[in-house]
Design a protein around this ligand. Structure first.
Ligand code: BMA
Length: 370
């Protein structure tokens, strides 16, 4: 009896120690490649900031679905280190996402990025599970509260999570292994433009929603190939950032989204503001032993010729950020990465050449999954 007690005591101690080890992701049953990824991301963040671009391989300004093409690569000769994708509309049974990217193409691009040694991150602009005809942006009071009180809506949400799980688990590497990716649900919740935003839910409701989502994916759907990213929008203090934080067991990567939107006639404080947020993020990240990232940013249509070295670089320099991702090159009036001849293209080459930034080849050499 004593022997059993003694053994269980040490077993518990061991489990506890290994769960709180700083190099491990929160999911103890994560695949080995996912665990490797997490500890490699930590190490790599000491060397530089990976550059990321949403939908990079799928389309750019003036082209779509051309094999081997990427606006970033057309300018600097290399793919970004990180590519972002969005799962919005998967839950509606569509074969293309909300921005027209076919899910089967998304899968093969993500597999290509992995095979090259890069990182994929997935956001999800999902419709409203209580009223599925409504998009992420259709304002709806108390969706989360209603969801937990309505069995039909909850069953719908569970089946949507099932669709997400099926897709994420279908991403395969060259040896048949499941590809580890970053999953960044319920983002920008310190703003109020999505139904899960600040004005439409209480902190308790948001946290409940987050935990349910993560638990369901891991426990019911057995998704063991994701690192979970928590990403707010603008925040003004550490307390503000953490108000809806679901807890250390539910988050691997902490981040935030912030766009540069200069207003005519107003002073432009973007660098100082964004840097202030990065510094708060770093402090929280160090304390909690998490990875931190600037999960979305950009200046639409890049009219500042030196935006990369004069705005973005001072925000991310010596920050310990794992990556910075700019949004999609969706249309001639809605793009965030340069293309050949674009006003900021020369400066982007300088940004690329900076020892602070890491692109496709740099990370391939780091073997993120080994
Ligand atoms: C927004 C815009 C939209 C797009 C959405 C989801 O910022 O780019 O056009 O549908 O992101 O990707």
């Amino acid at each position: 009896m004593y022997r059993i007690l003694f053994a269980s005591f040490f077993a518990l101690l061991f489990v506890n120690v290994s769960c709180t080890q700083k190099g491990l992701p929160t999911n103890s049953t994560a695949t080995q490649e996912t665990k490797n990824l997490y500890s490699n991301l930590k190490n790599l963040s000491e060397k530089g900031v990976m550059f990321g671009h949403q939908d990079d391989l799928a389309y750019g300004v003036g082209w779509e679905y051309e094999e081997g093409r990427s606006d970033v690569k057309s300018v600097v000769g290399e793919y970004p280190a990180v590519v972002g994708w969005d799962l919005g509309s998967l839950e509606l049974g569509k074969d293309k996402n909300l921005d027209g990217v076919p899910f089967d193409k998304m899968r093969s691009y993500a597999e290509q990025i992995y095979a090259q040694g890069g990182l994929n991150t997935f956001s999800w602009h999902l419709n409203n599970p209580v009223d599925p005809a409504k998009t992420s942006w259709d304002k709806e009071e108390s969706t989360i509260r209603k969801l937990f009180a309505d069995q039909e809506a909850m069953n719908r949400y569970k089946s949507w999570l099932g669709d997400v799980a099926t897709f994420l688990k279908s991403l395969k590497g060259p040896d048949g292994e499941v590809i580890p990716v970053v999953f960044r649900p319920l983002h920008e919740h310190t703003g109020s433009w999505f139904w899960w935003g600040k004005d439409y839910s209480t902190p308790e409701e948001y946290i409940k929603m987050w935990r349910f989502t993560v638990d369901y994916l891991r426990q019911e759907e057995g998704v063991d190939n994701i690192l979970i990213a928590y990403s707010t929008d603008r925040f003004n203090s550490r307390e503000d950032y953490l108000e809806r934080y679901p807890g250390d067991k539910y988050v691997d990567i902490i981040g935030f989204d912030i766009y540069h939107r200069p207003q005519p006639g107003e002073e432009d404080n973007f660098v100082a503001e964004a840097r202030g947020m990065v510094d708060i993020l770093r402090e929280i990240g160090q304390e909690k032993g998490k990875v931190w990232a600037l999960t979305e940013t950009g200046l639409e249509t890049l009219p500042d010729a030196d935006w990369w070295t004069n705005t973005l670089l001072p925000i991310i320099k010596d920050s310990g950020l794992s990556y910075v991702l700019v949004w999609r090159n969706g249309r001639p009036d809605h793009y965030y990465a340069p293309y050949p001849g674009q006003e900021s293209a020369e400066d982007f080459k300088e940004f690329y050449n900076s020892p602070e930034t890491l692109f496709g080849q740099d990370v391939a050499n780091q073997r993120l999954y080994k």
